[in-house]
Design a protein around this ligand. Sequence first.
Ligand code: ADP
Length: 241
Amino acid sequence: MTMTIRNLTRRFGQTEVLRGIDLTVEKGELVALLGPSGSGKTTLLRIISGLDWPDAGQLTVAGGDWLAKKAEERRTGFVFQHYALFPHMKVRDNIAFGLTVLPRDRRPPPVQIRARVAELLQFLQIPHLADRYPSELSGGQRQRVALGRALAIDPEVLLLDEPFGALDAQVRRDLRRWLREVHDATGTTTIFVTHDQEEAFELADRVVVMGAGQIEQIGRPDEIYDHPASPFTARFLGLTV
Ligand code: ADP
C-alpha cells in the first residue's frame, strides 16, 4: 500500500524530535531510514504503527487516514531489535499469535491459523524450529521467527527497528540477504530503521537519510552516494562534497 506522510511533527517538551517529515513510500518498496542515534527514526516508526501520535501532520495508507485509527486497527507488522518473542510459547505459537488475537469477525478458524503458520515456517526456511522455545534459539533464528510473527497477519506495512542490531557481522549479512529474498517474494511495503549505512545501502530500494528530526535526503543508494545533497549527508556517510 502506498504510504504518504505530510508535514509530520512531534515534540517532547521543548525538543522538536520530528520537524516536518514528508515521505511517500510506494506499495512494495523497501525503504531504509538511516541516521545517527537520536535523529527521530524510532519516533517516526512508532507514529506509523500507532504507538505514538504526532502533534501535527498527516499519515495516509492506501488513501485512508491512519491517524484516525488506533494501533490495533492498523495492519502493521513490527520487529524490534530486542526480541519480543513470548518466552513461554513455542515458535509456532509465537508466529500464530497475531492471528489468534484478531477481533472475532476477522479471526481465521484454528485450522486455517495452523495452515498459515506451516506455510510461513516453510517460506521463512525455519520449519525445523517450529516446536522450540525462544530460549533454545540463536539470536538470528529469533529474528527470523519475529519476522514470521510480523508477517502472519499479512501486514499492509512492515516496520523493522534495527532488527539485526544486536547480532554479529556474519549473521547480519546472512539475514540481510534473507530479508531481501523474503521481501521480494512477499512484496510487503517495508520500512527498515538502521544507523548502519552498509545495511541500508545494500538492502533498500531507497534510502531516507535523517538528521536531527528532518529528512536530509531521499534517493536510491547510488544517487545518494554519487550526489550527497548536504554537508550533513556527506559527513554522515564519510564522503567528501
Ligand atoms: P533514533 O531512533 O533516531 O535514535 P528516537 O526517535 O529514538 O531517535 O529519538 C529522537 C529524540 O527524541 C531523542 O533525542 C530522544 O531522546 C527523544 N525522545 C524519544 N522518545 C521520547 C519520549 N518519550 N520522551 C522524551 N523524549 C523522547
